[in-house]
Design a protein around this ligand. Structure first.
Ligand SMILES: [Fe+2]
Length: 319
């Protein structure tokens, strides 16, 4: 029996072997933005900074691009912009387009997330679904999106997922799981099974860049549409390219490639107003997210950047 917001529906499972197919994208610069969460100001900022990218390029929205956007105009705008690029569905889009009995928000929350947060997320999803059902053409498009993508930049094969190597809403690539020996070992084993040099993920709301032996790395961008660090108000996206990022919060090199967490510096005051119009005090999203939106989570960029190699091979930006 599924527990809403806690359990992962069986249809979420694909297994790391499913990631080993031919890359559908090959570019010089690859951007991956998970967790936009319906933040239209972050969408504007992301598209503006991506616009400045030179050479062959692709932008992938790897799920949960909807969440706070219960306003139908915002929902349509996010949907249209995402579908104009490359996209994989997250649990939010999956539960909007093909609701699974008992899945709730589809987040698959682990034990360290409290019951009240889980119940609020389930109710946020219900309210968002009421918006989406007024726009049936968007649901058909979301239903058709894949759960994962593979890309190539230079000699690196990149598996792009929403959750982890095995499941759409898996937490194996969360900073919490990667802080354990067992979690680190499991993630390390997934590279060979998936035939990947790099994993790009999102879903777990906090970013992490974890290096593994042999130049492999896992980069979870946290959220493109919410602050990721204490005292900050910018989102993060992942950029993998032959050229250095114009601005990087932290990054690593893999031979000729630069792998960076790049800031999405949106108009945070406009976003706060927009959020409060949709989710005023007393609402579920306000209770769960407002503090993070204005103050950032209790997490630092030093905690996000992890590796086995000496510190000089990692680059920490100045933001
Ligand atoms: Fe998610």
């Amino acid at each position: 029996m599924l527990r809403p917001g806690r359990s992962c529906p069986s249809s979420y499972y694909y297994g790391a072997r499913a990631l080993a197919g031919e890359p559908s994208l090959e570019v010089e610069s690859l951007w991956i933005a998970g967790g936009l969460y319906g933040n239209v100001q972050a969408l504007d900022a992301l598209l503006a900074v991506y616009e400045g990218e030179r050479g062959s390029k692709a932008l992938v929205f790897n799920g949960d691009f909807h969440w706070f956007d219960v306003d139908a105009a915002d929902f349509s705008r996010v949907n249209d912009a995402v579908l104009a690029h490359h996209a994989a569905r997250g649990n939010v889009e999956t539960e909007l387009a093909t609701p699974q009995d008992g899945a709730g928000c589809g987040c698959g929350y682990p034990d360290w997330v409290g019951d009240e947060t889980v119940e609020r997320s389930n109710r946020i999803l219900q309210r968002l679904r009421a918006t989406a059902e007024r726009l049936p053409h968007t649901l058909a498009a979301l239903r058709a999106l894949p759960m994962h993508l593979a890309a190539r930049v230079g000699d690196a094969r990149i598996a792009i997922v929403h959750g982890d190597a095995d499941s759409l809403a898996g937490w194996g690539f969360s900073q919490e799981a990667l802080a354990t020996d067992d979690g680190l070992r499991r993630a390390g084993q997934a590279f060979a099974t998936a035939g990947a040099d790099l994993f790009a993920s999102s879903h777990t709301c906090l970013p992490v860049l974890q290096r593994f032996a042999g130049g492999r790395a896992l980069i979870n961008n946290g959220a493109a549409g919410m602050p990721n660090f204490r005292g900050s108000r910018y989102g993060l996206a992942t950029r993998i390219s032959f050229t250095p990022a114009r601005e990087s919060i932290y990054g690593v090199r893999r031979r000729a490639l630069y792998i960076d967490a790049v800031p999405i510096r949106y108009d945070s005051q406009a976003w706060e107003r927009c959020f409060l119009e949709q989710w005023p005090p007393g609402s579920d999203a306000h209770a769960s997210y407002y503090q993070r939106i204005v103050e950032g989570p209790d997490y630092s960029r030093d905690e996000a950047l992890r590796g086995q190699t000496p510190a000089q091979s990692q680059r920490v930006g100045t933001a």
